[in-house]
Write a protein that binds this ligand. Structure first.
Ligand code: CTP
Length: 204
């Protein structure tokens, strides 16, 4: 799809600037600072495998990717010849990576999803947060000018599982990354306080 990966990259860059050990799993990896581990994938299945393999080591996971929701059931082995008529392309759902992570989340882990919406932003995003077992959802109305796909700017509402909201007006994607990580760290601090034995943020 038209997703540029800029928001995910901005989050990786901001997290690295704060001293985090960062892995960026992306279909469109851009320039990142040295030290950020970049894992290049192409399909939803590859992204799922790459993310799941690293999940247990992560304190905070941010799923900013615009993952395709459907894929063809069959891929042709050879060139499809046109004299055989117009082919029928049958689609199936791709795995929901975020929902899978939500199901096996440890109490000390923080899971942040994104919600790309064009109507009923807050209600749709809050429902997505609950459905996928995330701690935070970053809701963006992608029908608004300069928001979301391909742009350098974004405007979001960060919604917590407790209903708390942080509104970020139209800003540079790096500024959105700052707000997302601030919110994620607040959740992480609370989660660590509730889970004795885990390290405080900033001490690892
Ligand atoms: N997501 C995912 N795997 C998918 C689809 C989406 O992990 N197969 C994640 C996205 O990275 C994002 C969140 O789920 O963090 C919401 O994605 P979004 O496209 O807004 O919603 P969908 O779940 O695809 O629902 P719908 O398209 O019906 O609004």
């Amino acid at each position: 799809n038209r997703s540029s990966g800029k928001q995910g990259t901005a989050i990786a860059v901001e997290a690295a600037a704060r001293g985090a050990k960062v892995t960026l799993v992306s279909t469109v990896p851009a320039a990142v600072p040295p030290g950020v581990d970049v894992v290049r994938v192409e399909s939803a299945a590859e992204m799922q495998a790459a993310v799941e393999a690293r999940y247990d080591d992560a304190d905070i996971v941010v799923m900013a990717a615009a993952v395709a929701d459907f894929r063809p059931v069959r891929a042709a082995d050879h060139k499809i010849k046109k004299e055989n008529g117009v082919p029928e392309v049958v689609l199936e759902r791709t795995p929901d990576i975020l929902a899978g992570l939500g199901q096996r989340k440890r109490p000390d882990q923080v899971l942040v999803g994104f919600a790309a919406e064009t109507t009923d932003l807050r209600a749709n995003a809050a429902a997505k947060l609950a459905r996928k077992g995330a701690d935070l959802i970053v809701a963006n109305d992608v029908s608004q000018p300069q928001v979301g796909f391909e742009h350098d700017t974004n405007a979001v509402v960060i919604i917590g599982a407790d209903g708390a909201e942080v509104e970020v007006p139209l800003s540079d994607k790096r500024q959105v990354a700052v707000a997302v990580l601030d919110a994620a760290l607040r959740v992480r601090s609370a989660a660590v306080r509730r889970s004795p034995g885990t390290q405080q943020p900033g001490t690892e």
